[in-house]
Design a protein around this ligand. Structure first.
Ligand code: MV4
Length: 481
């Protein structure tokens, strides 16, 4: 691969192109009219405007992107995350046009894109699954029977769903009919596929996912876990690696299960296998994300592996040059997603211009972003401004550095979730490591953040006063002999 087109924008386009440049590979950016002057366009060797701001007229135009690849002699496409990254038809189109898709084959994307197909694929691999039914249910009677067998509460999920869309918790028999009808109609309108299935509802789970890499020579390795339980409405807020609750034995078991999930669909490239972990630390396979994920940097910090470089090497047909035994966890990394949202106002989107934008800089601090001071935040795309990642020898160090880095991150012009991130980092439930997916709902409200900020202001003022007094003492000394 000599020239790669990145079919994405913002921080992930920058992230991919940085590694391409490091490897001596030319880069092509595509951009919408709203992104004409953004860093990913300026950073690329070549850049092509693909249409108006709305993504269905620009970043989602697979045919157009393939045409550009042909015109510019591009031999690889990196889709990033979102947009076309998990579109099996797009991967297939690239395959057919002899352009290397830097990701899995369309076949694996298709299987894992459907939760029931995924369950079917992993059936013979001894992967722990949540108790439930592994085919589409339409009959309320069967639904009730299943629910009685596994016990309430149950969760009705859409086969074509993912990321929490179209899920319904059902507490008792009397609600089954109504909730199932709703789930089916929601799934039909959202995904064009009304298939739903039933699982036992794990009430207080942790979300633990395993990073894997698979090459075209049959090697599949896992890169340990990421703990992603700190989320709000299925949008992750903080991710970390490693998880503070996995023992080496459990880590090994989950790693092996993840590798088998990848094997079951003949996986290639980077992927993530999602598990739920219940209170007794039983783990259950949920789904596989067939893309590079937003939170991949924490894994890069603790393993020292550049995952994008590995994706490119794998797409070129190279074998992974190290083994599972070569991989060791070193230290601890935490990622905070910085969104242009107002955490004091129900996380409503905050649009505007980055009047001031200064990132924290220092050892063990990584900022992945795609904006510069003076830029306007377009309303058309994901509200994530940047990712702030810190690393330490242990969890305490990484948390402490995160708090310092947040204090040294200046963003003016739009509201951000930086202070909310600090709130989480200082919260006892977080620092103790004793939390689940309900953290934000259970422990956060705007009043608490406001109060915390008032106290912080008082602390700062009292320290300033103390220091001022000390300075006055020094200046009182009459003569220096
Ligand atoms: C579950 C669950 C409890 N029990 N499945 C949400 C996203 C999708 N990937 C699966 N999800 C869940 N599936 C069973 N059987 C709870 C969730 C869930 C969740 C999972 C991970 C991270 C955050 C979450 C927030 C709410 C619900």
């Amino acid at each position: 691969m000599k020239k790669i087109l990145v079919a994405n924008r913002g921080e992930i386009a920058m992230r991919v192109m940085r590694t391409a440049k490091k490897m001596g590979i030319k880069t092509v950016a595509v951009f919408s009219e709203a992104d004409r002057n953004t860093p990913h366009v300026l950073f690329a060797d070549e850049a092509v405007c693909i249409g108006p701001a709305p993504s269905n007229q620009s970043y989602l135009l697979g045919d157009k992107i393939i045409e550009i690849c042909k015109e510019l002699n591009v031999d690889g496409i990196h889709p990033g995350y979102g947009f076309l990254s998990e579109n099996a038809d797009f991967a297939e189109l690239a395959e057919k046009n002899n352009i290397g898709f830097i990701g899995p084959k369309s076949h694996a994307i298709r299987i894992m894109g459907n939760k029931l197909a995924a369950k079917e694929a992993v059936k013979n691999y001894d992967i722990p699954m949540v108790p439930g039914i592994d085919k589409a249910v339409t009959d309320v009677k069967i639904a009730v029977e299943t629910a009685k067998e596994i016990g309430f509460p149950i969760l009705i999920k859409a086969a074509a769903g993912g990321g929490g869309k179209g899920m319904r918790v059902v507490e008792n028999e009397s609600e089954v009919k109504e909730q199932m009808e709703r789930a089916i109609s929601e799934a039909t309108s959202s995904f064009g596929d009304g298939s739903v299935f039933i699982e036992k509802y794990i009430t207080s789970p942790r979300h633990v996912e395993i990073q894997i890499l698979a090459d075209s020579h049959g090697t599949i390795l896992h890169f340990f876990e990421r703990e992603c339980s700190i989320q709000r409405r299925h949008q992750k807020v903080i991710e970390e690696a490693p998880s503070s609750v996995l023992t080496p034995e459990l880590r090994d078991k989950m790693g092996k299960a993840a590798v088998n999930v990848a094997r079951s669909c003949d996986y290639l490239s980077a992927g993530t296998v999602e598990f739920l972990l219940d209170e007794n630390h039983n783990f259950y396979f949920l789904e596989m994300n067939t893309r590079l994920q937003v939170e991949h940097p924490v894994t890069e910090f603790i393993t020292g592996v550049d995952l994008v470089e590995q994706q490119i090497r794998i797409a070129r047909g190279e074998a992974i040059s190290f083994t599972q035994d070569d991989l060791k966890i070193k230290g601890h990394a935490i990622e905070l997603r910085v969104y242009a949202e107002d955490s004091l106002n129900n996380f409503s989107p905050s649009i505007g211009t980055l009047n001031k934008y200064q990132i924290p800089i220092g050892k063990n601090i990584r900022v992945d972003d795609g904006f510069r001071e003076g830029m306007e935040i377009p309303i058309y795309y994901d509200p994530m401004l940047s990712k702030l990642i810190t690393y330490g020898e242990n969890r305490e160090e990484a948390i402490q550095l995160m708090i310092e880095a947040i204090d040294n991150y200046t963003i003016e012009g739009v509201e951000t979730t930086l202070q909310f991130g600090k709130f989480v980092c200082k919260h006892e439930a977080f620092t103790s490591g004793n939390f689940d997916t309900h953290f934000v709902k259970d422990y956060y409200n705007a009043d608490m953040l406001k109060k915390q900020q008032e106290v912080e202001a008082k602390i700062a003022a009292s320290i300033a006063l103390q220091l001022y007094k000390e300075e006055q003492e020094i200046l009182k000394i009459p003569t220096l002999k």
